[in-house]
Write a protein that binds this ligand. Sequence first.
Ligand SMILES: C[S@@+](CC[C@H](N)C(=O)[O-])C[C@H]1O[C@@H](n2cnc3c(N)ncnc32)[C@H](O)[C@@H]1O
Length: 401
Amino acid sequence: MSSPDLTNITKFLDECHGVFGSSQFQRLVLSKYRGDEAQLNRITLRPVELKGQRLISCLYQYQTNHVTKNITTDDAMALCQPWLRDDFQNAHLVSDEWEVQLSVTKKGKVLFNKYRNKSAAMKPAASTQGNKVSHNRAKKRYVEQSRPYLNALGITDKQGEIIPSMSRKWKQINKFIEVLSRAIDNTGLAKRQEVHIADFGSGKAYLTFAVHDYFMDKLHVPTQVTGVELRQGLVDLCNQTAQKLNLTGIKFEQGDVQHFKAQGINIMIALHACDVATDYALHMGIRTGAEIIMCSPCCHKQIRPQMKSPQTLAPLLQHGIHMGQEAEMVTDGLRALLLEAHGYDTQVFEFISLEHTSKNKMILAQKRKQPRDNTAILQQIADIKAFYGIKEQCLETLLAQ
Ligand SMILES: C[S@@+](CC[C@H](N)C(=O)[O-])C[C@H]1O[C@@H](n2cnc3c(N)ncnc32)[C@H](O)[C@@H]1O
């Protein structure tokens, strides 16, 4: 094999040199490996801060496992030279402002391409409220249709097209990743060495696979995802799917969220876990200090039988449907306040519009860097309970234990 033209490789190395030590550096992905190391697919370099020292984390992705090594920027530069010259046919450098691509064609030509970072230009505004998303942004897809898990889960067909009957699920997955991605940006989780995620009531695990793929493939952060599900059949099915896709860092366990013990979770997800299962999941998220808690509550049963209509509201709440809506609002409002009282910034908003599913409310909580004085919030909770005559709310009881 003739030696490659070094001009563009040198240009690319200069780009790496310019960003490796800067706060603009996001990642360098080296792919299409042609070296001697068995089973190596690609290497991803990302900035990492360890004990106040800025280092570069190298994630070696092998066919069946991943290995991480943290090195200095100088060492990374030294390694990049042989990697780019001899070992990888593709390199993609991403900084906040630029993307630089180096690729070797079949004929051995080395191509260099530098362009503005498109996702930085498209970065959405701060609002995370689903109904405030602009038209253009709503059309932006956060998940690539070609991702293999979509086909394995029956969202796409063999040609990679969305199966029409799954289009609602497809929209839900995209919206979920959109909301999550902004929370990840806010909490700095993309810069962690490893992230732990629990999905309670994972069901068929569309969202569990989506979040795993987002971290591993888009953010290149090693991630351990655990789906917890009551139904053994679904647990087996999802583990088989993960195996078929050769995925590492994702597993499914049979269990009831009410008895599940978890530690060190960074992201707690509970979408459509019924009734107080949501409270148990929220409790676990708070207790383990999760940076992000995302839940979409359903089947609100605990509060309604306890609620007494305050006199002024009685003419409104005499209608069963209104009482149900009020009970739902009070239940989720109390949950949001309890999260606020325990150190989270919390939003309650429409997850995806009603045309896609009736279960459309999301509670998103992001852990505050500094705790706040919660006296006033606890008083608000007590006042609301007294106003409606509520004796017990599951999350509050769990937090008091
Ligand atoms: C409506 S599905 C939602 C699945 C998935 N989270 C999603 O949004 O696509 C709810 C799932 O939660 C499971 N589930 C309900 N209560 C649970 C509990 N206490 N512990 C674990 N799983 C539970 C059910 O078996 C079901 O598969």
